[in-house]
Design a protein around this ligand. Structure first.
Ligand code: PSV
Ligand code: MN
Ligand code: MN
Length: 387
């Protein structure tokens, strides 16, 4: 790939930021409130627009319903557009009501299942109003103790709810189904892994695809293998990028293991996942508990860009030649050469060429936006509850 091709691919890349990254967040032990955080979904979109303003590649924002509940979603989408961004994936939330203690769409009580499915259908109404393509489904459903519920019956209930929601989609709308190994359930989780998500999506049809959240696997899992497999099957719908040292830490993508992120992006590039036709959504799913939020998002977007640039720099022909010759060390060296390239000058040049400041972090810091929101916004909210 020529330098021009690499730059063109980087210019076309899109990374979606999550509304909940802009609000206060923390662990179950403590939420450290920051000054100037958004007080409503409109202000979250305004902050997300800053990330796009300085990076040029983050033009959409995922919403989480009901954390981002408003009266009029058409108005919210218009507000987003006026700020220079658009509404991206709609995240459903069937995990925070008391009713969901034993599950949502897999709950043993049909009344609770109905309530949960109705919420998912309501999220499709929101998509109709905002023009969003993707309904992101994550279920906290599972059990804590052996024998607590019938594992197989829960799969039947899940399939039934998914089919009902899938039938409600129109146009280019999609279901993107997220898996997670454990938490909050500690014995069984109803969608614990990519295989379960893949099987359900396969049954649903073409417009159902899998979300790979990079924090949702057992330690040591080879995520790039999952990415390669799903892309090959046309079933990779999206990423929820973040990084983790222990469990679902939701730290900044590329912070814990930039080499893993590079390996993932190498499989994305190899499998054509950057092409529009692949319809892979690159989203962040992170919280900034102790660092400032807008710069945290800017840094994360830059980390994804750097990993992508390195993946694009892999000498495909040299790699293929070494692989087919059985040259183990040679093939590995081709990959490591790309990984060890300092791509920061290339990205700085690209930004300058597109009219952006070469260093988005410094440009944001100099913009005065942080000082302005600190002065203007009093009583900002927690990322989810009450936001
Ligand atoms: C669950 O851990 C998850 O990754 C899902 O994507 C949720 O929607 C998101 O976190 C925010 O809580
Ligand atoms: Mn996620
Ligand atoms: Mn998660």
């Amino acid at each position: 790939m020529t330098e021009q091709d690499v730059k063109a691919a980087l210019r076309a890349q899109r990374i979606e930021t999550p509304s909940w990254a802009y609000g206060n967040s923390g662990t179950r032990f403590k939420v450290f409130a920051q000054q100037g955080v958004p007080r409503d979904p409109f202000e979250k979109l305004a902050d997300a627009a800053q990330v796009h303003r300085f990076t040029g590649v983050a033009p959409s924002v995922s919403l989480h319903i009901p954390w981002d509940k408003v009266e009029d979603y058409t108005r919210l989408a218009e507000h987003a557009r006026a700020a220079g961004v658009s509404v991206g994936a709609i995240n459903s939330n069937v995990f925070q009501d008391d009713d969901y203690m034993l599950g949502s769409v897999t709950h043993p009580d049909p009344r609770v299942r109905r309530k949960a499915t109705d919420h998912l259908l309501e999220c499709v109404d929101v998509m109709d109003a905002t023009g969003s393509r993707d309904l992101k489904l994550w279920f906290s459903d599972g059990t804590n103790y052996p024998g607590q519920d019938d594992i197989r019956a829960r799969q039947d209930r899940l399939a039934e709810a998914l089919a009902e929601v899938y039938a409600r989609l129109t146009g280019d709308q999609r279901i993107i189904l997220e898996y997670k190994l454990f938490e909050p359930a500690f014995y069984t989780t109803d969608v614990p892994d990519w295989g379960t998500a893949y099987a359900h999506c396969l049954k649903l049809g073409e417009r159902a695809k899998v979300v790979v959240d990079t924090g949702h696997h057992a330690p040591g899992t080879n995520i790039e293998f999952i990415v390669a497999f799903l892309l090959r099957e046309g079933k990779l719908g999206a990423f929820d990028f973040n990084s983790r040292f222990y469990a679902d830490d939701d730290l900044m993508v590329g912070a814990a293991d930039p080499f893993q992120l590079f390996r993932i992006m190498h499989e994305v590039v190899r499998g054509g996942g950057l092409d529009d036709a692949a319809e892979v959504a690159f989203m962040l799913d992170q919280c900034h508990n102790i660092e400032p939020k807008i710069p945290g998002q800017i840094r994360s977007v830059m980390n994804v860009q750097e990993a992508t640039a390195k993946a694009l720099l892999v000498d495909k022909d040299a790699l293929a030649a070494a692989q087919s010759a059985g040259d183990v060390l040679g093939a590995n060296a081709v990959l490591m050469d790309a990984y060890n390239t300092d791509v920061r000058p290339l990205l700085a040049e690209l930004r300058t060429e597109t009219g952006l400041a070469p260093d988005p972090m410094a440009a944001y810091a100099a913009s005065g936006y942080a000082e302005r929101i600190r002065a203007e916004r009093v009583g900002g909210n927690q990322a989810g509850w009450g936001a």
